[in-house]
Design a protein around this ligand. Structure first.
Ligand code: CU
Length: 394
């Protein structure tokens, strides 16, 4: 009894120390030309050419599954534009799922600051976090985010990653600290690099948007949509918030999702309602509803950051042309176009596909994009859900 009391006092002091440390956290943002540290250029601040700044927070939060089940999460949140003194309070319990989409231009100098705001609902955890650009050609391993070969960021600390964006395509990013746990808990997001060819007319592409520097307009598109696949194992998440041992070897996803939601939440065009446990912060911002006018070319930027399963995706009624894979254009070494039409693609974790749906000649109506493995079309025990969304052709 005595020992338990001593331990609980030590525990309380420890938690107190953590919160003192967090409130004293100094947020340092490196962004050339930005004087007030909000990672934006306003007033007299001058943006250097080809420079992009981003500020993310890493912490915890809550999301709601399509059947109403609440899940505790870790995640990234957007704090670009927030003054340094407000970043800790803004980022706490604000984890988004998926995290904010990063869209950068080929050739840009990118300064990404990550601030670890701590896990407020698990104050016993003092996990660092990192940003890992998956499949991305980093010039130096120091900014790779893989914690054994580079840096990870402790609670109350910030680090500015620097990247040049040399290769256009569809990438993804995630935290690489204790990756199985932190990725399963929701530290996942989309990362896109747009090509220098954008803004020019090549091969009659009036939209002037391309997946790659194709030289012939063959990867031209009118609209692009994120399709990020992942799954939650609700037992793992429930044990996490209950401060219980985590059964890594038993991990089994029972909530398959697109962009952090199961059907029919995928077709809700708005952010989902904020869970009360988040204090009114919306955490599932990304809709997967795809709307286009007949004749437009839709680019699906498909990526998987599932930690358990492979997923097979299909679109009914519209041919899927695969033009890129893992952020590389499908071309032979002699320049031959190797794109192909299919009716399904299968992705393991960390893989991406660039798929163009040409809706010329497609009758207006509602089409489905869905996982062909039927066990992924459910929200745990609720049927007709999971990894599915709708494509509305007007
Ligand atoms: Cu992490």
């Amino acid at each position: 009894m005595k020992i338990r009391r001593v331990l609980s006092i030590i525990g309380l002091q420890f938690i107190g120390l953590i919160f003192c440390a967090l409130s004293e956290g100094v947020v340092n943002v490196q962004c050339p030309g930005d004087i007030d540290g909000d990672a934006q250029w306003t007033g007299a601040e001058v943006q250097p050419p080809n420079t992009q700044c981003i500020h993310l927070a890493a912490g915890d939060g809550f999301v709601t599954m399509a059947d109403g089940h609440l899940q505790y999460t870790f995640g990234f949140s957007e704090v670009t534009g927030v003054l340094p003194e407000d970043v800790m309070s803004t980022g706490m319990l604000a984890a988004e799922f998926p995290g904010p989409t990063i869209k950068v231009k080929e050739g840009s100098n990118v300064y990404l600051t990550l601030t670890n705001v701590g896990m407020i609902r698990r104050p016993d955890l003092f996990d660092p976090h990192s940003v890992h650009f998956h499949g991305f050609p980093n010039a130096a391993p120091i900014f790779d985010g893989e914690p054994m070969a580079s840096l990870a960021i402790n609670m109350g600390s910030s680090l500015t990653y620097y990247y040049q964006a040399p290769e256009p395509g569809t990438y993804m990013y995630h935290c690489h600290v204790e990756a199985t746990e932190h990725m399963q808990m929701g530290m996942l997001a989309n990362l896109w690099v747009t090509p220098l060819q954008d803004g020019t007319t090549v091969g009659g592409c009036t939209a002037q948007q391309y997946v790659f520097n194709d030289g012939d307009g063959s990867t031209c598109y009118d609209l692009d949509f994120p399709i990020q696949l992942s799954g939650f194992d609700s037992i793992f998440h429930d044990l996490h918030i209950a401060v219980q041992p985590l059964p890594f070897a038993m991990m089994k996803d029972n909530y398959p999702m697109i962009n952090g939601r199961g059907y029919p939440d995928t077709i809700n065009p708005n952010p989902l309602s904020a869970p009360a446990e988040n204090g009114g912060i919306q955490s599932q911002l990304m809709s997967s509803l795809i709307t286009a006018t007949a004749g437009q070319k839709i680019l699906l930027r498909v990526s998987s950051l599932g930690t358990v399963d492979f997923y097979t995706l299909s679109v009914l009624g519209i041919p899927m042309r695969v033009v890129g894979r893992d952020a590389r254009i499908l071309r032979s070494s002699s320049g031959q176009n190797l794109s192909y039409i299919t009716n399904s693609v299968t992705l393991g974790g960390g893989e991406s596909y660039d798929i163009i749906l040409d809706t010329a000649g497609i009758a207006p109506g509602t089409y489905f994009l869905y996982a062909k493995d039927l066990n992924n079309l459910s929200n745990n025990t609720e049927d007709f859900g999971g990894m599915m969304t709708e494509i509305v052709i007007l």
